[in-house]
Design a protein around this ligand. Sequence first.
Ligand code: HEC
Length: 156
Amino acid sequence: MSVMMRALLVAGISLSGAGIATAVYANDIRDSIEDRQSLMKLVGAHNRGLKAAVDEGNAERVQSLAGELQGVAAMVPEMFEPEAHTDNADGIKTGSLPAIYDRWDEFVQLAKNLEDAAGALSDTAASGDAAAMTDAFQELGKTCGACHSQFRLRTS
Ligand code: HEC
């Protein structure tokens, strides 16, 4: 695991604590939006790292990054628990649509799909089958779009 990724993972874990504190002690829309955006940036960083590692055929790195991403993905539901979205964010920039809270179970399922796809990618990398690893990375990518297309504001 690179130093950068280790730092990101530690950041992810401490963010998770911040998310719980936010949900329990305060209803600060700005904090909850910033926390979830940081978590999503972490998801994005792992995805970019995975793309590079898959392209290089570096199975060991894929396995470790995908394992980390699995853990980060597991934090997604709690980070979105405080009800904060484009309609109540009061000018704070967010891509979180109110549909997240109208169809919460679907949103949680899509987060679970991301978590499971990351787990499957990690397992596939461990198996040493390069073609299967590429396929599993493509499956992972589909889980991003499946959620963004319904629950994230399209800005372009
Ligand atoms: C369960 C739903 C869901 C899944 C799965 C998901 N995202 Fe997101 N993502 C969102 C939502 C909602 C936002 C908008 C957050 C906001 O601005 O409040 C977002 C925002 C982002 C952002 C912008 C963060 C920022 O503010 O700078 C990135 C980057 C991102 N997602 C990458 C990914 C990638 C890559 C994947 C797949 C590996 C993924 N996401 C999977 C729901 C999801």
